[in-house]
Design a protein around this ligand. Structure first.
Ligand SMILES: [Fe+2]
Ligand SMILES: [Fe+2]
Length: 389
């Protein structure tokens, strides 16, 4: 007889604790199929405010359980909508898998409260219960015996590897750039990309992503480490948000080693208009494509987007963060050029003066090399000069 395990829950988000329990249950019961069913709306509790949509939870469950043998994620409760009653789900499944043996997989809390569920009597008479617990000895034997004698329920205790996390504490970790180790890479990426739970990306993860985007030809690490240090130092000096400065610094050159076509593809994908000058100068293009990748794939704020967007040319009326990234890129510790010391010290005493000097030096340098400067760089300089006057 086919053995099917049903694993329901809100999966908000699905984490390693869920995965371990599912795997262990599958193994111990010898399940032929594991059906993971995210609820549309749990009957006994409200979902926390600003929870992802049911479709997003479904997608995360798919990503989380993807690699697990014989596992499938079902959208039946989400499709049905409204409160998700287990009995309705089981009736649907019984009709679908007529001769199968069905097991409901649950944690200890659920097990102890199951008699209060809607349709409990029917459920208990028609399915087995697979109860996972960190310490199976802590699960009261008397409760299993009672269910057996009243409803004929078979209870199987599953001992799972302890994964010390609840979805509630995980959600609060994510806000503090923590908790990545409890999630699969795919689920974590999805959460960051879609800005779920107010999650902010773990900096090590961002650094890894940023480094991996580079082709091996040039070692970009000194520049990346340098600009990160410099940007944070400048942010501290000028009272700018240091985490925003760090994020912008880590991601500012993320598309730099992609070729022009790849970068244009990114711009096209996210529907951005690029001017002709930028299209012709791949050196400038990475500021646009990089800002877009940071915004759409790493969930950065508008301020960080702008700091990356304008880090090559500058522009009129730059924000403090934009100035910091522009300057940090210029003066970070791995740089070497004439006049660097002056620019460096000015950056910490007069940031507008440093920006002005940086723009002038850059325009001079381009002229010397016979490169046409972007009009925006001239505008950025004119703006600073007019402010002085
Ligand atoms: Fe750059
Ligand atoms: Fe750079």
């Amino acid at each position: 007889m086919m053995k099917i395990g049903i694993f329901g829950g809100t999966f908000n988000p699905p984490h390693r604790g869920h995965i371990n329990s599912a795997k262990q249950t599958q193994c111990q019961l010898g399940l032929d199929k594991l059906l993971v069913i995210p609820t549309a709306m749990p009957p006994h509790k409200e979902l926390p405010e600003h929870s992802p949509t049911p479709e997003m939870r479904l997608e995360m469950a798919r990503l989380a359980f993807e690699g697990i043998k014989n596992a499938a994620v079902s959208d039946m409760e989400i499709k049905r909508g409204g409160k998700s009653y287990t009995k309705d789900t089981l009736l649907e499944l019984k009709a679908l898998y007529k001769d199968a043996e069905i097991w409901l997989i649950m944690g200890e809390d659920m097990f102890l409260s199951i008699e209060s569920w809607y349709g409990a009597e029917w459920i208990l008479a028609n399915t087995g219960l697979a109860v996972f617990a960190r310490d199976v000895k802590s699960v009261p034997v008397s409760h299993s015996e009672k269910l057996k004698s009243l409803y004929g329920t078979t209870v199987e205790l599953i001992s799972t590897e302890p994964v010390n996390i609840s979805s509630t504490s995980l959600r609060s970790f994510l806000k503090k750039r923590k908790g990545r180790e409890y999630l699969s890479e795919e689920v974590y990426t999805y959460i960051i990309k879609n800005r779920l739970y107010g999650a902010a990306p773990d900096f090590d993860w961002l650094r890894e992503k940023s480094r991996r985007m580079y082709r091996q030809a040039v070692d970009r690490r000194p520049h990346l480490e340098g600009i990160e240090q410099e940007a944070v130092r400048l942010a501290r000096r000028w009272g700018c948000n240091q985490e925003e400065a760090r994020t912008a610094a880590i991601l500012h050159d993320i598309t730099k080693s992609l070729d022009t076509n790849e970068q244009l593809k990114i711009c096209e994908k996210y529907g951005t208009i690029i001017d002709v000058a930028e299209k012709r100068m791949p050196k400038l293009l990475h500021a646009i494509s990089g800002a877009l990748v940071a915004y759409h794939e790493f969930g950065v704020s508008d301020e960080v987007y702008n700091a990356i967007r304008w880090h090559t040319t500058g522009r009129e009326n730059m924000s403090l963060l934009e100035k910091i990234i522009y300057l940090a890129d210029y003066i970070e510790p791995s740089r070497e050029f004439d006049g660097l010391e002056r620019l460096r010290s000015l950056a910490y005493t007069d940031i507008d003066g440093a920006l002005k000097l940086g723009l002038e030096m850059s325009l001079r340098d381009m002229k010397r090399r016979g490169v046409t400067a972007h009009q925006r760089t001239r505008n950025a300089l004119d703006y600073l000069v007019s402010k002085e006057g």
